[in-house]
Design a protein around this ligand. Structure first.
Ligand SMILES: Nc1ncnc2c1ncn2[C@@H]1O[C@H](COP(=O)(O)OP(=O)(O)O)[C@@H](O)[C@H]1O
Ligand SMILES: Cc1cn([C@H]2C[C@H](O)[C@@H](COP(=O)(O)OP(=O)(O)O)O2)c(=O)[nH]c1=O
Length: 201
């Protein structure tokens, strides 16, 4: 049966590092897998991603654009894949909007809930892997590796609020969230992910 798995965490937590591992692990079982990301995942969504990640805008514009990208992603990629029995993994989904636009930037949660109801009232991930690390660890990893986009340049209090909102949601939806202590070694994290996935097959 199809599964929808999302990857979440503050920038630098290690999400991208583990996506290829998860993709391999699932495909080794002969399952059709669609691997995607947000904002993005479709040609239009990728254009919206460029705008959201690099342009200054009103907070509500930002929220509307990430949900516009998501609407397209669900219609063009996620729903068709799930309907034919494939598994879908997405690097970020709606929990990112609650964490970044809600927690980080302070957008009223009720507005995000209204958008969520509008865009995907009947769809939720079956499993959400939350990569959780203290801010200083995430920051040190980012500084060591890449040029920072608009979100990655935010200050520590932004990421503290983002992380808190993720942890709040994990506590609110314990049946789909698995919180992974991402200060562990990559090998230890992969072992933990493998045992989480084994429970899904
Ligand atoms: N568990 C870990 N231990 C040490 N370094 C890590 C770990 N996970 C990721 N990294 C490194 O941290 C950096 C950021 O990881 P990345 O997966 O790109 O984070 P994200 O996608 O969450 O922003 C990369 O250079 C990666 O190799
Ligand atoms: C999906 C989504 C992402 N974002 C932000 C979080 C990230 O900082 C950024 C892009 O995420 P990500 O793909 O993790 O960036 P990178 O490729 O640099 O690892 O978009 C939101 O603010 N709201 C959202 O709804």
């Amino acid at each position: 049966m199809s599964k929808f798995i999302t990857f979440e965490g503050i920038d630098g937590a290690g999400k991208s590092t583990h996506i290829a591992f998860v993709a391999d692990y699932i495909q080794q079982r002969g399952i059709e897998l669609v691997s995607s990301r947000e904002p993005g995942g479709t040609p239009l969504g990728e254009k919206l991603r460029e705008i959201v990640l690099h342009e200054k805008m009103h907070l509500e514009t930002e929220a509307l654009l990430v949900f516009a990208s998501r609407r397209e992603h669900i219609a063009e990629v996620i729903e068709p894949a799930l309907a034919r029995g494939a598994w879908v993994i997405s690097d970020r989904f709606t929990d990112s909007s609650f964490a970044y636009q809600g927690g980080g930037r302070g957008l009223d949660r009720a507005k995000l809930e209204a958008l969520e109801q509008w865009v995907h009232a009947d769809l939720q991930p079956d499993l959400t892997l939350l990569f959780d690390v203290p801010l200083d660890v995430a920051r040190a990893r980012l500084d060591a590796t890449r040029e920072l986009d608009k979100f990655e340049q935010e200050k520590a209090d932004f990421f503290a609020a983002t992380r808190n909102e993720y942890l709040r949601r994990a506590a609110q939806f314990p049946q789909r969230f698995r919180v992974i202590d991402s200060t562990q070694s990559i090998a230890a994290i992969q072992l933990q992910i493998a045992s989480i996935l084994d429970a899904c097959f």
